[in-house]
Design a protein around this ligand. Structure first.
Ligand code: AHM
Ligand code: MG
Length: 336
């Protein structure tokens, strides 16, 4: 059985014994976790807390903002701005970067987040989550600008998500494997429930929004057709499909029992980008999935090798069980 230690104890072990994280990073992760607890409280109140529905505004990508998108964004900023560990933050819900106000001490880290992922599921009581990624400011750079954020995912110091589902679970990597912590509501603390999470290399389960099939590129169609052909087809086995439409929940299932998740580029998008955001969604999930022995590509290249060109960059995403991701990637490379 997994040792039932708190998130704090886990992080202190990472700091002391393994030397993986400096104290500032440990404290920063604790603050993010505290913010997630506050967001979980709002999510759980739902209609009773008057937090459901739209806020009557749009974010930088022209998407309608939900009340909870805005609440979660504010909670994360308020919790993190005064701690002294951060230089700046960036969020899917804000156009530019958020500089730590001068009245607070400045740190070396940069925090990025999708405050509430799976917005379309908020009002229907289906799992949603917060995704976060931590970078370190490039050494020697004075002040902080958007350029400081444009580092490849391989530079992440930590990444994780908190899924608000039947349980509230925080999933974290600091580059030493993946650990899961379940929120104990009586105690108010995250408790370690899975250590050294591993994604099986093979799977019989895929996740994709099938309603986009008519827009797909040929290699995506080939892969899914082969899965759907079942035992009689070239794969010689039957596949199951799941699509929650909350990346956090789909990735959580994959970290728990394997599978492959795809949000590929499709023909509606002229510049070959996908729907999901590189900095707030793809990079942190790719870091977690790789740390659990899986793989993550944009259907051609490793996601964590991509050099971002802008903060809100979008990217195609294929991640999960290693052999399946490699197969989908090779179908794309063969067709090029
Ligand atoms: P969001 O960050 O605005 O919620 O959008 C991202 C979400 C992902 O969680 C999910 O995988 C995808 O969008 C679902 O998209 P679709 O509704 O096209 O199936
Ligand atoms: Mg999202």
């Amino acid at each position: 059985m997994t040792r039932r230690i708190s998130l704090t104890q886990y992080l202190i072990e990472q700091q002391r014994q393994h030397g993986h994280i400096p104290q500032e990073l440990r404290l920063l992760i604790e603050v993010v976790a505290r913010a997630c607890k506050r967001i979980a409280i709002s999510v759980n109140k739902g209609e009773l807390g008057d937090v459901l529905g739209t806020a009557g505004s749009e974010n930088v990508q022209g998407e309608v903002q939900k009340k909870l998108d805005i609440i979660a964004n504010e909670v994360l900023i308020e919790a993190n701005e005064w701690g002294g560990h951060l230089a700046a933050m960036a969020s899917e819900e804000m156009e530019g970067i958020y500089l730590v106000p001068n009245r607070f001490p400045q740190g070396e880290y940069l925090l990025m987040f999708d405050p509430l992922d799976g917005s379309s599921n908020i009002d229907v009581n289906v799992s949603i989550g917060t995704i976060f990624s931590v970078l370190k400011k490039v050494e020697g750079s004075k002040g902080v600008s958007e350029d400081d954020f444009l580092q490849p995912g391989s530079a992440q110091a930590a990444a994780g998500y908190c899924v608000y589902g039947p349980q509230t679970t925080l999933v974290l990597t600091v580059g030493d494997g993946v650990a899961m912590f379940t929120l104990d509501r009586e105690q108010g603390s995250f408790v370690l429930t899975h250590e050294d999470v591993k994604i099986p290399e093979d799977t019989k389960e895929f996740a994709i929004n099938m309603s986009n099939m008519r827009h797909w590129d040929a290699p995506v169609k080939r892969y899914i057709d082969e899965c759907l052909a079942g035992e009689e087809g070239p794969r010689g086995k039957n596949f199951n499909m799941r699509w929650i439409a909350s990346m956090v929940a789909d990735v959580h299932r994959i970290l728990t029992r394997g599978g492959v998740f795809m949000y590929p580029w499709d023909k509606r998008e002229p510049n070959k980008a996908g729907k999901l955001r590189l900095m707030y969604e793809a990079n942190p999930m790719a870091f977690l999935v790789e740390q659990a022995g899986g793989a993550a590509t944009n259907a051609r290249e490793r996601i964590m090798d991509l050099k971002p060109g802008k903060l809100h960059e979008r990217v195609a995403v294929v991640l999960g069980s290693k052999n399946e991701v490699e197969r989908i990637t090779s179908y794309h490379l063969d067709s090029a």
